[in-house]
Design a protein around this ligand. Structure first.
Ligand code: SF4
Length: 289
């Protein structure tokens, strides 16, 4: 087997996705799919949920350790790898350090209910073992929208979860979906998302325009006229309202889908006014006639 073939052999799919903030770290597949898998807009969780055995993970770690011995950080693949038992996660972290001795930190995707199921003691143990950051679908701060979209948790669980992660010293990066409330909840989405985010300490916020994926329940809602999709211009306008009301510290903010073609990014709070001005300029230039 060539080096490329050996590398490809440790992943279930030809293309391996990880959050942009984690590009450059080693990726270890610990699970496939999402243990929830019921968000109406979601197209990411096509694989049936499955957690790999320790034996399979160890086999793959041997290959990863040989191919990428210099890596210092490992991202655990799986749509919400934090749903694995703490015992199993700690075992995988220990094995990773055995095969990749330079590794000192870990990151993974997580849902807020995964955090809720862990005790403070467990979160502390994971932090001590090197769990540095979680990447979480925040989506919206509005309970109405989270309920309609069947997210499976609400703003109370999110706020409590974030406070517990803060206490454990585990960082968190969020994705926010612009337009997720459709035209019906437009201002509510912007204001409640900003309000909830402002009570937390995310290291990063990544905004993405809502996309209606084929064969999702949300696509059916659109076809039945139950969800009114916003235009890209309206989503940028919604984002402007959200950013204007957003007050966070030491947070890297980015929108990679502004008007479906531009990227806006900067550190908050320093770059807030510049980003708002950039959005205003884009809105002015592309104002619908
Ligand atoms: S938690 Fe994430 S991966 Fe799972 S169904 Fe919802 S959006 Fe999809």
């Amino acid at each position: 087997m060539t080096r490329e073939e050996r590398y490809a052999s440790i992943y279930s799919h030809d293309i391996v996705y990880c959050p942009p903030q984690e590009h450059g770290c080693a990726m270890l597949e610990v699970a496939l799919g999402c243990s929830w898998g019921k968000c109406l807009f979601c197209d990411f969780a096509k694989d049936p949920f499955h957690v790999h055995s320790i034996e399979k993970i160890e086999e793959n770690l041997k290959v990863l350790g040989e191919l990428q011995p210099e890596k210092e950080r490992v991202f655990f693949l799986g749509e919400n790898a934090l749903c694995l038992s703490t015992e199993k996660l700690l075992r995988i972290m220990a094995l990773t350090k055995q095969y990749m001795p330079k590794v000192s930190s870990f990151a993974m995707y997580a849902r807020f209910d995964d955090v809720q199921r862990k005790s403070d003691q467990e979160l502390w143990q994971l932090r001590q073992a090197g769990l540095s950051d979680l990447h979480m679908g925040f989506e919206s701060g509005s309970d109405s929208i989270l309920t309609v979209m069947n997210k499976g948790f609400g703003s109370f669980e999110m706020l409590e979860g974030a406070k517990r992660l803060d206490r454990a010293g585990i960082g968190y990066f969020f994705t926010v979906i612009l337009g997720l409330g459709g035209r019906q909840y437009r201002n509510l989405h912007a204001l409640e998302t900003a309000r909830l985010l402002s009570r937390m300490h995310p290291k990063g916020i990544w905004c993405l325009n809502l996309k209606i994926w084929p064969d999702t329940p949300l696509e059916q809602m659109v076809k039945r006229g139950e969800f009114e999709m916003m235009s890209h211009w309206e989503m940028l306008q919604e984002e402007w309202i959200m950013l204007q009301h957003l007050n966070v510290e030491n947070c890297f903010y980015m929108d990679t889908t502004a008007l479906n073609q531009y990227t806006i990014q900067g550190f908050l709070p320093q770059a807030k006014q510049a980003m708002l001005a950039g959005m205003e300029e884009l809105l002015r230039r592309s104002m619908p006639q």
